[in-house]
Every structure is written in C-alpha cells, then in structure tokens.
Write a protein that binds this ligand. Sequence first.
Ligand SMILES: [Zn+2]
Length: 208
Amino acid sequence: MKKVFLLYLLSAVLVSADNLQRLESGNETFLDTESIQKIREKFIGYQVPFAAFLACADSRVAPEILFSQSIGDLFVVRNAGNVIDDVVIASLEFAVDVLQVPMLIVIGHQNCGAVNGALQLTLEDIKVKPSSLNTIFKKIQPSLDNVVDNSEITQSKMDQAVKDNAVYQLDVLISKSSVIQKKIRKKELVVYALYYEIDTGKVFELNR
Ligand SMILES: [Zn+2]
C-alpha cells in the first residue's frame, strides 16, 4: 500500500514538473515571438484596451483567443459562471472609469459547468462539493426562472440557461454600478451580453 502511494506521489510530482516545463517553454516561445514583444514593449507603462469583459474562468473560453486580440486590447475579468460580485464590479468600474474603456461585455458560453451546476442544483436535491461552489450557484440561480420546469435537463435548456445568465449578470452589474449607469447615459459606454457556442466557435449577441 505504502509503495503504491509513493509511486502515485512520484508520478504526481513528475506530471507537475512536466507542466511547469510546458509553461517555461511557452514563455520562451512568447519571448521569441518578435511581433508580440513589440506590442509588449509598447505597452510597458500604460494600457488602452478597447473592450472590458466579464467571462467564465473555463479553460476553453479566453476572450483574447476567441476574438483574436493581443496584449493590451482587452481588459478581462473572469470567474466560474461569469457572475457579479463586489470585486468584479470594482474591476469593471476601473476599466470603464479610469481606463475609459468604451465597450463592456458579459459573455457566457455553451456547456458552462457553473451554470449547469446551478441548474441541476435548482432541479434536483443534490449536495454540492466543495460547498464553496454554492456561492457561485446562488448568484446564477435567480437567472434560471425561465428554464426551470419539471422536464428533464436538455442541451437546449442548458444553452438557454447560459444565455439567460449572461443577460442577467449584465443587468445586475448595471443596476449595482452608478459609475456604469452614468457612462451609458452619457453615451460613453456601450454594453453587450454575448454567447459563445463552443461546438461551432461562433459568438452571438444576446437580446436584453
Ligand atoms: Zn463556464
């Protein structure tokens, strides 16, 4: 038993070393890419992003990659489920008020684990582990009224839940931020809720 555990530990350490090596090698590639280094050098002392994002932390949905943007282009806040809390509001207000970003976007994505988890939790009486996830689910649940019924959870229901959550989080953000309200009123800021469809790679604007 002890031997098996030690082998497991050793393989975990080796995998971890491999992953670190992978990141080191990635940084070398970054440093070797001249076009990127020029942009990095240009923005050493300042930034002028043209859009601010609230996106999910999911590893498949980085806005910089989805929209083919580079260093300095996007101001991105991410967490599981693209939910609003005080730190998110403060971060986005910094983007809008201090950096004068003229466009603000909340983007949800297909097959979002956080939204699907909130949907399951609403429809089924399940225990969540780790329990800290409930903090996120509770922020998503108010957006699910239109998709919660007695029928089973389908792909289209999950897709709709993600869309409803993106629109809802944007509405919460606006309702809680007088800074953002003022910017919209003065026509210095436009806001959008978007949906990223993983199975096609396309992004759609959502109606609010
Ligand atoms: Zn997600």
